[in-house]
Design a protein around this ligand. Structure first.
Ligand code: ADP
Ligand code: ASP
Ligand code: MG
Length: 408
């Protein structure tokens, strides 16, 4: 007998029939003799609708974060109740738990809270009675008892955190594609399904735009050495296993191409070339809770330099006004922004020992006449910032050219 955590995303629980299908899958797992914890998302479209309600009532201002979380958590609460009812109808005992009821303890950083501790007592008690635990993904409770949410896509993280805390044998992530592909299969028609991918590569892909897994879920799995099985809720085919590097058999040099269109760029021109300037520019951004991603500072000439960086698009307006304020104090020539950009990246562990991948990437972009605005690299990834209108073209061209560079 194993303990299995199964997570179902929004499309997988998108209507009553789909919830009934999920119930059947859970029932089958129970009938095979396993203990089951099911973690669910809101029905597809539900969270977006709640976001839109909050935006309407806030009339152009940022919604009050703590009440926004109360509102957004409603979506998952609906699904747990419906799924528990459907499982009971199939003759199995099931009980629903909100994040607070099950003890998903987070910090108070509303809308993007971090999990601090997962209580296992209630869940273990429920499992020992032979009952399926149906838990709400995406939500938790802070030290003062307020409801929090974990950021968009956060149900992945809820499921993995619970699987780690319960020391589950398997954590299955059921979604609307049948695994992790070499690129988003909705953008690149001939993207290939990977049978295995390393934690490190998955971490990069998730952080660079592949929304199939929320990045924090991969961090948890990696830290606890928990293998994840990403698979389709509409078939019983084997999906993709996210595993330690040494377990990946077919190692591609480039195993994924991905794109993030959720960033914006800010450029300060003629910043004085003196010690302390970067700290002056980036400290107020950090104080405002804005996470800066890529940063480029040009070689200085005539005592001044240019500085360009990217921020999440949701923080663009705030970041631009902070940068403009810093720019005024530093007497910069101009401070301007651009929210029509995309970051396109290639990821692969094999890049560690293969030279020339960057050159091939740049040649492909040149052939397509796509101008590169920024470049950043790490051991296993290369990212470029380009105009957003060319993002899909770039992803397709890079996939066609680079994904078949097999290790030899
Ligand atoms: P869920 O609602 O099940 O959590 P998501 O919509 O969050 O599902 O994530 C699944 C989606 O991720 C897929 O429909 C697919 O379009 C997208 N995706 C992006 N990159 C990839 C990739 N490399 N492999 C698989 N899916 C990807
Ligand atoms: N319902 C939340 C969202 O749409 C969480 C999730 O689905 O993972 O982002
Ligand atoms: Mg998701």
């Amino acid at each position: 007998m194993a303990l299995i955590v199964q997570k179902f995303g929004g499309t997988s629980v998108g209507d009553i029939e789909r919830i009934q299908n999920v119930a059947q899958r859970v029932a089958k797992t129970r009938e095979a003799g396993h203990d089951v914890v099911v973690c669910v998302s809101a029905m597809s479209g539900e969270t977006n609708q709640l976001v839109s309600l909050a935006e309407q009532i806030s009339g152009g201002h940022a919604p009050l974060a703590r009440e926004y979380d109360v509102l957004l958590s409603v979506g998952e609460q609906k699904t747990i109740a419906l799924l528990a009812m459907a499982i009971e109808q199939l003759g199995h005992s099931a009980r629903s738990f909100t994040g607070a009821q099950m003890g998903m303890r987070t910090n108070s950083d509303h809308t993007r809270a971090r999990i601090e501790q997962v209580d296992t007592l209630v869940l273990k008690e429920c499992l020992s009675e032979g009952t399926v635990c149906v838990i709400a993904g995406f939500q938790g409770v802070d030290p003062s008892g307020r409801i929090t949410t974990l950021g968009r896509g956060g149900s992945d993280t809820s499921a993995v955190a619970v699987a780690c805390a319960l020391d589950a044998d398997v954590c299955e992530i059921y979604t609307d594609v049948d695994g992790v592909y070499t690129a988003d299969p909705r953008v690149v028609e001939d993207a290939r399904k990977l049978s295995r991918i390393s934690f490190e590569e998955m971490l990069e892909l998730a952080s660079l735009g592949a929304k199939v897994l929320q990045i924090r879920s991969v961090k948890f799995a990696m830290r606890y050495g928990l293998r994840l099985h990403v698979r389709s809720s509409f078939s019983s085919d084997e999906g993709t296993w996210v595993v330690p590097e040494e377990d990946v058999v077919e190692q591609l040099v480039v195993s994924g191409v991905t794109c993030n269109s959720n960033e914006a760029q800010i450029r300060l021109q003629n910043v004085p070339d003196q010690p302390g300037i970067a700290a002056r520019v980036f400290t107020p951004l950090g104080d405002a809770g804005i996470v800066v991603d890529m940063i480029i500072q040009n070689y200085a000439s005539d005592g001044s330099t240019d500085m360009t960086f990217t921020v999440p698009r949701g923080d663009y307006a705030k970041a631009l006004s902070i940068a403009q304020e810093a720019g005024r104090e530093l007497e910069c020539e101009t401070v301007e922004g651009d929210d029509g950009i995309a970051k396109v990246s290639i990821v692969g562990l094999g890049m560690k020992d293969h030279a020339g991948v960057a050159t091939r990437m740049f040649k492909v972009l040149a052939r397509e006449s796509i101008n590169i605005q920024m470049i950043s690299t790490s051991e296993i990834k290369i990212s470029v910032v380009i105009a957003q209108k060319y993002a899909e073209l770039a992803v397709r061209a890079l996939h066609a050219e680079l994904i078949d560079v097999l290790d030899s």
